[in-house]
Design a binder for this molecule. Sequence first.
Ligand code: ADP
Ligand code: ZN
Length: 442
Amino acid sequence: MIRDPEHEKMPRKQLEELQLKRLQAKVKEVYEKVPFYRRAFKEKGVTPDDIKTLADLKKLPFTSKLDFRDNYPYGLMAVPLEKVVRIHSSSGTTGKPIVAPYTAADVDMWAEVMARSLASAGMTKHDVMQNAYGYGLFTGGLGFHYGCERLGATVIPTGAGNTKRQIILLQDLGTTVITCTPTYAFILNETAKEMGVDLRETKLRLGICGAEPWSEQMRKDMEEKLHISAINIYGLTEVIGPGVSVECEHKNGMHIWEDHFLVEIIDPGTGEPLPYGKEGELVITTLTKEAQPVIRFRTRDITNLSVEPCKCGRTMVKMARITGRSDDMLVVRGVNVFPSQIESVLLEVEGVEPHYLIVIDRRDVFSAEDLEIWIEVSEEVFSDEMQKMERLEKKLRAEMDSVLGISARIKLVEPRTIVRTEGKAKRVVDRKELPNSGLITK
Ligand code: ADP
Ligand code: ZN
């Protein structure tokens, strides 16, 4: 369903006019109110008056996570603290967390883009949404919560964790929509199975998943195991939280709410803007946010944009599934390795579960890194004879070699050796840190 046709289906020309008007106002505002931006603009020799068309965006300086850290906690704010009604923080997947303040208008805009997103995913006010994203500082919980209430559907604020209780509530309360990380959707299914519950027999019909990378194969797997339609949603704390973009029923790219978020794709090496269709790093400028607007924020997420008309009627560009974070990327013996590549192999080979750890080891500074992949085998295979395990290992090694382009050691481990995380999964660990990482059970 299209919640806000006026914006979601706005003709591109009109949309671009709206974006330019909003961009000009926002640029002027940060220039006047945030010393960090004024300095950065001056260093690049630009002033707000130089922004005459959308293409002039590229004259502006980038911002990065580092700028957030350097200006921690309130240095990037464009309003006095008394106008701030809420503060969130990023999950800190890749380092020190950053803070995100919101004015009342920001909270309202966020609820609106989230309500739009849930509607686009196929939710209506008749749905009962069990929200298993973490509540608290993480933006997932409250973002979905406010969006659901705004839409007029029913929210059950379970948060992440307490999985057995979640399964009981899900059955008792007639949950129709589950919102959680893809990792957690699989945990829910595993736990349900242990409890003798088949999620396919519940009222669950829709899953809205995001906050971490996942693949098309994982979607298929999830849809089959849980008997739901699974929708991809994207967002990040620096920009607003979840609700920057989401798929429609056609599931081939996430529509970006461009009346609020202006996007570009750049070459992560040179910083040069790339045309539609080319893969690169996503850069976002917020057009309406008040408390902490961001100009050309480098997300480090790798994707590509498509402006092809969508069958749903929305005119907003679509971004492809994130193939990885540029900072997730491992360089092993000079070769780029993305965890998503490993995942794609695991989802295709029978007998293993998509639970894995990438263990990096470097014996000393002179030797090349060793890449070892710990993979959980399924219950059935594990109880089988040795030979079968060896065959499986060989097969996985061959597949990994061909997908990654370098050889990796494969270590098959017992079911449940790798600890399940309730939020975002952590996949990469240093050999030396492995025993104390909390990522393995023994
Ligand atoms: P952190 O950077 O600490 O993880 P956030 O909670 O703000 O903090 O996470 C935002 C990041 O999560 C995004 O930049 C992106 O890398 C990832 N992410 C969010 N949604 C998705 C999605 N649907 N697919 C892939 N990655 C996603
Ligand atoms: Zn669409």
